[in-house]
Design a protein around this ligand. Structure first.
Ligand SMILES: [Zn+2]
Length: 589
């Protein structure tokens, strides 16, 4: 029987209750905020100088010319400053730092038990006696949700790879996301290390501190604590330095599996989807890096696709969600019931996949490794069990992996891409400083409306890691944008591609046909997407199924299940990213 805690999987076909608040503020407050941002503003981070305001051309001086946006591309090897080509002997190194927030004031009375602080009924421990709740605000669901304790650590883990003269640093973090501006700050802090490409890949954790701003005490205050951001960036910097100092000759092996450890449910034992069409990436991919001298594990790079939000929206604990026990299981092994799989040691580094729209705990009923049916009530425990089940899959993938190879072909193409922000709600957040990032290309003395929308810079990229190839993007695209699967070929037997009772189902006859983005990765035995990487742009929805409410776009949802559009930068978001990918593929070394 479904309990309240597991009811998310039963919320279809209507929009789930939580979706209205996931945006981070009660919807009725939005018009007031929008009124604020519609006023002429003179100090809102505008940078409309020609060099950065839309006049830039790409590396070849051609520009992409489409959609009014411009992009700049860097290829490695190929461009000046990046030498060497092909597979070469390589080194790997790791670093790890804990980045927990410091909790001082806590929620002491939560009358309705929803985990959120209600100023009318609830009470908090006002340590500094200023009458204001100075909480650590948890990102991902409704707000304000204060953290009362730490269940398991928020971590940043780094894998550094040097092949030939190329140095790559993959920074993983247990966070909801991180803006590109903050990624650039980290890059500047470690500029002396001569890293050719540094990526920050967030797990999209819904039980960590707010690093974006949406989840603060109220609609007009950011949930980001600047002191925490400084601490976080310092911990990331330290972990990057450790990883580069740790570089040593290495070998790599590749593996992937369909996890779930359930004959009846398959991957649906650990992942589902809350928005039609239900198309899931079934692959958990691992790259195992071992010390060339003694064969000991240096790192396991693990990629899986599911919202890190199994711990639910009512808890007041900081946790890395399933990612914590997934990593721990890979390193130390999993022994539960009749399952006893030894770990491989080293450091497990997680990257999140294309988890839009609602790929995660929706429509999941988990059978645990010891046969226990998870029926709700202990959400943190459920998340940890899902992580252990995934760890068993990851260890199997490592066990069945290719023979270790002592060379690694490292290459990438990065694109700096300009995107238009059409979402009124985002305008409010950007202009009021709830979102702290640079905008350009608009006139701040006029209201934001068609013809005067702000633009921002983001980054998308393609990487070759030997037999693996990776698309990165700073947002939440859907698996089908990379895999296809509109014919149901990636829909688990236990789920339907489209809910037969849906009042406004997606028109799959209008969905794009092949070749899909993974089809275009010739020679990639292990294709991956790393979402929430180098930026946080919200959902990236394919055009054929992008619907806005006619009367209050971005504020109300279109009829049916179209929540994600309200948390997207606009209809041009995904098309611009896809155009950048296609041009990147043309420039592959
Ligand atoms: Zn999400």
């Amino acid at each position: 029987m479904m309990t309240e805690g597991r009811s998310r999987s039963e919320e279809r076909p209507g929009p789930p209750v939580r979706s209205a608040s996931r945006f981070g503020f009660p919807l009725p407050a939005l018009p007031a905020l929008y009124a604020l941002c519609a006023l002429p503003l003179s100090a809102c981070g505008d940078d409309s100088s020609p060099a950065d305001g839309g006049g830039e051309v790409d590396g070849d001086g051609t520009g992409d010319g489409e959609g009014g946006s411009t992009s700049t591309f860097w290829s490695c090897p190929g461009d000046p400053g990046c030498a060497g080509a092909g597979a070469a002997a390589f080194e790997a190194g790791v670093g790890r730092r804990v980045a927990n927030p410091t909790i001082t004031e806590t929620l002491t009375v939560d009358v309705d038990g929803d985990g959120e602080f209600d100023i009318r009924d609830d009470e908090f421990d006002d340590v500094d006696g200023d009458g204001r709740f100075d909480g650590v605000w948890i990102a991902g669901y409704g707000n304000p949700r204060p953290a009362n304790d730490i269940h398991d650590d928020i971590e940043t883990r780094v894998l550094a790879l040097r092949s030939g003269e190329k140095l790559l640093a993959i920074v993983s973090a247990d966070l909801i996301g991180m803006f590109h501006d903050d990624v650039e700050q980290l890059r500047s802090a470690v500029a002396d290390l001569d890293i050719d490409y540094l990526l920050v890949a967030c797990s999209h954790n819904h039980e960590g501190p707010d690093t974006i701003g949406l989840w603060g005490l109220n609609e007009t205050s950011s949930g980001v604590d600047p002191a925490y951001m400084n601490f976080l960036l310092a911990q990331m910097e330290a972990a990057v330095r450790d990883a580069v100092a740790d570089l040593r000759p290495a070998r790599v092996k590749y593996g992937r599996t369909q996890p779930g450890e359930s004959a009846a449910k398959g991957i649906n034992n650990v992942v589902g989807d809350g928005r039609d069409p239900v198309i899931l990436n079934p692959w958990l991919t691992v790259l195992g890096f071992e010390d060339a001298a003694d064969g000991s594990t240096i790192a396991t790079l693990v990629n899986w696709t599911a919202h890190a939000e199994f711990s639910d929206d009512r808890i007041n604990s900081i946790t890395a969600d399933y990612v914590h026990s997934l990593r721990l299981g890979i390193e130390e092994g999993v022994a539960e019931g009749s399952v006893d799989v030894p770990g491989v040691g080293g450091l497990a580094v997680f990257t999140q996949g294309a988890l839009g729209s609602q790929v995660g705990p929706n429509r999941v009923q988990t059978t645990g490794l010891d046969g226990t049916e998870w029926t709700g009530g202990e959400e943190i425990d459920w998340a940890q069990e899902v992580g252990r089940i995934l760890a068993v899959g990851a260890l199997r993938a490592l066990d069945e992996a290719t023979a270790p190879e002592d060379t690694l072909d490292l290459a990438w193409v990065r694109a700096r891409v300009e995107l238009i922000v059409e979402n009124y709600g985002y305008h409010a957040m950007l202009l009021n400083g709830i979102f702290n990032r640079e905008l350009h290309g608009y006139d701040p003395t006029y209201p934001l409306e068609t013809g005067n929308y702000p633009w921002l810079w983001t980054e998308v990229s393609w990487l070759r890691l030997g037999r693996a190839q990776v698309y990165t993007v700073g947002g939440e695209p859907c698996p089908e944008q990379f895999l296809g699967g509109y014919d149901g070929s990636y829909t688990p037997d236990s789920l339907s591609l489209v809910d037969p009772g849906s009042a406004h189902p997606p028109d799959l006859s209008a969905a794009p046909g092949p070749p899909y983005l993974y089809d275009r990765l010739e020679g990639a035995e292990y294709p991956m997407t790393w979402g929430l990487t180098n930026d946080m742009l919200g959902y990236l929805i394919p055009s054929y199924d992008y619907f806005l409410d006619e009367h209050a776009p971005y504020i109300d949802e279109a009829f049916g299940f179209y929540y994600e559009e309200t948390n997207s930068i606009g209809p041009e978001g995904w098309p611009a990213v896809e155009r950048a990918y296609l041009e990147i593929l043309e420039r592959r070394p």
